[in-house]
Write a protein that binds this ligand. Sequence first.
Ligand code: AMP
Ligand code: ZN
Length: 472
Amino acid sequence: MREDLSVGTPPVLRLTNTLTRTKEVFRPIDPARVRVYACGPTVYDFAHIGNARPVIVFDLLFRLLRLLYGADHVTYVRNITDVDDKINARAVRDFPGLPLNEAIRRVTETTAAQYGKDCAALGALKPSVEPRATENIAEMQAIISTLIERHHAYAASGEVLFDTASMPDYGQLSGRNLEDNLAGARIAVEAHKKNPADFVLWKQSSPDEPGWDSPWGRGRPGWHIECSAMSERYLGPVFDIHAGGLDLIFPHHENEIAQSRCAHGTPVMANYWLHNGFLQVEGQKMSKSLGNFVTIHELLETDRFGGRRWPGAVLRLAMLMTHYREPIDFSVKRLEEAEQKLKDWQRAASPQPGTPPDDSVVAELCDDLNFHRASVALDAIARKANRGTETAAHCLYATLDFLGLLGDDLLAKNTADAPSGVDAAVAERLAALNARDFAGADRIRAELLARGIQLMDYKDETGARQTRWEMK
Ligand code: AMP
Ligand code: ZN
């Protein structure tokens, strides 16, 4: 496969396409300009670890495409939604003394900056472009005007609405048809709509709401139009891959498709649609509205989850261990397993500039990002490296680097040889604590401390006492 790469024929990449519900060979429109769009965050509050999943999964895809097609031949756009009623509400709550525009700017700037820090800590490369909705209002208005001209949109009660009945194949991505949407609609609320499935492109703003002048009065965009505008601006009317979490299939992605295809008169918006599964807590999707969330910042910088901080690379691996389309039930145990694996790999790895990532790992990822099988291949390389094969140690390092799993903070600490007998001493101390022999437990703690080993106690999910240790 390496030969293939050097003569410019990339190995075959297969991706599961939500649009066709099949795993397909990926064929870019132009291999010299592979184009990917992922829906980014609404910046009103810190991102939670569920939001980290698409960041990590589609970063892996970005890295793989860069390897296959060349780093200069892939454009990855991830937008920042900085106009939204949730942002306005947060601005009013947090900065009551400030003019609304200034308060909104504070909320969006702080949140977007934190998001950038979170993504970097998770080992995610910066996307090629991170456009903001508020910098693309004219582009949104242009699409809305075209949709009105082409009889795909109409004005009613101060809003401009997309006319879903004007698009015969509306609903292809989600498999919903207009009758389904009709059945579920609350008619009373939707009286001004021709069809309950019609959705807002532009809505009027009152004087105390943020707004922009437009042919339809001072107002602000609906939720979906921004992605149609930003993807067209940076990737063109038809591009290769559109990505996001499962919850975006309907209505967000369905409506993006409707807007873009009807405005540009194209048969598709993007050729491949990729969706990541949910990160769950006790079987429920992690979300702000359910209140069952932990922010990325809290997981990385505080002891709110499992009584300790977790390195970004550990969260990254914990997320990748499950196939991106499957749900993940998140737990401390999963993080511990990821940390152990990462330590094993990192201990066995050693750098050698110019070494490419391992072919078998790349081949597994080419099968719809099968990270599980890639990790089995990594284990095999680590075993070879541990038996003293230097090239395997170099290959392992290069592959971890390619996967964004070097996690420099961990690496420095863990490549030092683990001192012997610590695990046994920790177990002995736990047994002493459980037997209420506190003097014995303190003695073991002090002995370990004298060797530079610090113990930290915490409770696992079942409430059982656990201890981890680290070199001081
Ligand atoms: P939001 O800011 O809620 O629009 O979400 C940003 C991204 O995170 C979208 O791609 C969502 O689909 C995704 N997302 C939100 N919650 C979860 C979750 N619990 N698990 C996986 N992805 C999620
Ligand atoms: Zn979007």
